[in-house]
Write a protein that binds this ligand. Structure first.
Ligand code: ADP
Ligand code: MG
Length: 293
């Protein structure tokens, strides 16, 4: 099957992903795959309510630096709500209330005197639908640094280039940086642009809420491959309803579920290879084998 220009892209993007990501490789809890055993994020007894309705109940877990944690579970189990507690995005939702502790490098970020602006710079977020600003590719990436007061032309040029390179988009856009709007890119490119925009603010943690669910399979694999590269330098937490994706990209998987009379809660968390082959909990086993959800 020949589809002209698109074929080389497919070949370049799929093969490295499939070869490099070994689901059965040694995992964080066994002490080898993670870049560091430093705990980057720790939640303690986190419960989150919308008004009187409890959406997340009593979640305690840790995320190691330079690892990828995947949050999986049925729709409505509180994955997105829980993800938003890491950079206080729930503050923006009227009626939402977070209880418990969320520590970043040991500091409780739910404290009222924590700078939320600085927190959201350190803990960046990528959403399900790519949301580039209606401005040039260059300005999309330079937006955050400019707002932080960086205006030296050379400094900005350099940061834009580095961020686009890290987001694996540079080669595709370098000739159109200032002329082309971010909105004129393909969906997969737009999502990598949004990742570049986050990287330009020099974050430590990147949160991704179903970042590939609006993308075609090739763009999805490209994003997955990018995540594995970014993991060398950043701590990543991803929500995905795609279990193959969780198995392919993450080091650790946390399974959430809920019941009619029970809010979203954490059933079990562990090295991804084990969760998908030897889960401890029956609920996890039923979910990953497709019996519900
Ligand atoms: P998931 O991401 O796992 O699908 P969510 O975190 O989006 O789950 O939702 C968890 C629960 O909280 C669901 O019952 C959902 O209806 C509810 N919820 C989510 N966002 C809001 C909101 N802004 N206001 C009220 N309830 C919400
Ligand atoms: Mg969600």
């Amino acid at each position: 099957m020949s589809t002209g220009d698109e074929m080389p892209t497919t070949a370049t993007y799929t093969e490295p992903v499939l070869r490099r990501i070994d689901v059965t490789a040694p995992l964080v809890a066994d002490g080898s795959a993670a870049g560091s055993d430093q705990i980057k994020i720790a939640t303690e007894h986190v419960s989150i309510k919308y008004g009187e309705k409890v959406a997340v109940k009593d979640v305690t877990l840790t995320v190691q630096a330079r690892s990828i944690l995947a949050l999986i579970g049925p729709s409505g189990s509180g994955k997105s709500t829980f993800l938003r507690c890491f950079n206080r995005m729930n503050d923006l939702i009227p009626g939402a209330k977070v209880q418990g502790q969320v520590c970043l490098d040991g500091e409780n970020v739910t404290d009222q005197d924590v700078s939320v602006v600085e927190l959201r710079r350190r803990v960046g977020m990528v959403f399900q639908r790519p949301n580039p600003f209606p401005m040039s590719i260059y300005e999309n990436v330079a937006y955050g640094p400019r707002r932080r007061g960086m205006n030296g032309r050379r400094q900005l040029d350099e940061l834009v280039e580095t961020s686009l390179k890290r987001a694996a988009l540079w080669d595709e856009v370098k000739d159109d940086l200032r002329r082309k709007s971010g909105l004129a890119l393909s969906g997969g490119q737009q999502q990598r642009l949004c990742i570049a925009r986050v990287l330009a603010t020099e974050p430590e943690v990147i949160l991704m809420d179903e970042p590939a669910s609006a993308l075609d399979p090739v763009s999805t694999l490209r994003i997955e491959e990018l995540m594995r590269e970014l993991r060398e330098a950043y701590t990543i937490v991803i929500v995905t309803h795609n279990m193959q994706q969780a198995a392919r990209v993450s080091d650790v998987t946390a399974f959430f579920t809920m019941a009619d009379d029970r809010a979203g809660y954490l059933v079990e968390v562990g090295p991804t290879g084990r969760i998908f082959t030897r889960p401890t909990e029956r609920l996890t086993e039923d979910y990953i084998s497709g019996r519900f959800g």
